[in-house]
Write a protein that binds this ligand. Structure first.
Ligand SMILES: [Zn+2]
Length: 287
């Protein structure tokens, strides 16, 4: 359940079957910092108990990468762990406090358009056969732009990056361990009809990420990857994003040129990525 990535960084892997993102913990001499709270009390408990067994007797803090339910609903598990998030995250969570999370209420919100079926379905899966014990708690400490937390022999620099996935998205950098925890900052827009990426936005985010050189990169719904693996992947996407801008959404030209520049035939996933970037152009610039 709990895996050690570096000396002072442990994590619990993602579980796509119930949309559980990776949970991380930076183990300082003075404090533990939990990265994201998890999608339920059970999710939070599974990871936190494992961490506390291994590293007892340290007070903790919890920092959220962004407001989405799968990252935040576990925060009610341990209110003695001060919850740190951006002001935007606070504002996004505030309307969720006190909502009814029953199937009927979720379905109604999906009908009205204030919730999306993707999240409602996974909430039902995560809480299948369980009490729907959801209590949204608000951050205790908020910040704008950047915040550094000093944990004793190790630190964490948080920067709000935003993007189409969530405008409050943060990345969390631990220089001493050379780990960059990315949350969902590179993810597509999900609350706005079919998923899409935004080319210029994607390139801007990648430039921000380059300011934090790391050995390990962690995207919440993937797995920790080495710098080589991460940049191989991201550079291909950057090439695509540049071509989408350069060729002004001319799909055949983009397909031809991208395949040439990355030196391989395009797979189904690549074609899907092209469609998602092109949809982003239509959504953001032609509406
Ligand atoms: Zn998210």
């Amino acid at each position: 359940m709990m895996k050690q990535l570096t000396r002072r960084f442990v994590y619990m892997p993602a579980d796509g079957s119930v949309d559980r993102p990776i949970l991380g913990a930076i183990i300082g001499e003075e404090r533990t910092l939990f990265l994201d709270a998890g999608n339920s009390l059970r999710h939070a408990a599974a990871f936190r108990e494992a961490v506390r067994n291994e590293y007892p007797a340290r007070p903790s803090l919890t920092a959220l990468t962004h407001w989405h339910w799968d990252h935040s609903f576990g925060a009610a598990y341990d209110r003695s762990s001060l919850l740190v998030a951006t002001e935007l995250t606070y504002q996004a969570l505030q309307p969720l406090v006190g909502l009814d999370w029953s199937d009927e209420a979720l379905d109604e919100r999906v009908r009205q358009g204030s919730e999306i079926a993707f999240c409602a379905d996974y909430i039902k899966k995560e809480y299948a056969g369980m009490e729907r014990d959801i209590r949204v708690v608000l951050p205790d400490i908020t910040f704008t732009d950047t915040l550094t937390l000093h944990l004793g022999a190790v630190s964490c620099q948080i920067e709000q990056i935003g993007g189409v996935h969530a405008e409050d998205s943060c990345i969390m950098y631990t220089p001493e361990e050379q780990i960059l925890f990315l949350g969902d900052v590179l993810g597509p827009a999900i609350y706005d009809g079919p998923r899409y990426y935004a080319a210029r936005n994607f390139l801007r985010i990648v430039e921000k990420i380059k300011a934090y050189p790391a050995d390990w990169y962690i995207e919440s719904h993937h797995r920790p990857v080495t710098a080589d693996e991460f940049w191989q992947d991201i550079n291909e996407y950057c090439t695509l994003a540049e071509l989408v801008v350069e060729f002004n959404s001319n799909k055949p030209a983009i397909e031809r040129e991208w395949s040439k520049r990355i030196g391989r035939e395009l797979a189904d996933g690549d074609r899907e990525a092209i469609d998602q970037f092109l949809l982003g152009e239509r959504r953001l610039y032609q509406s």
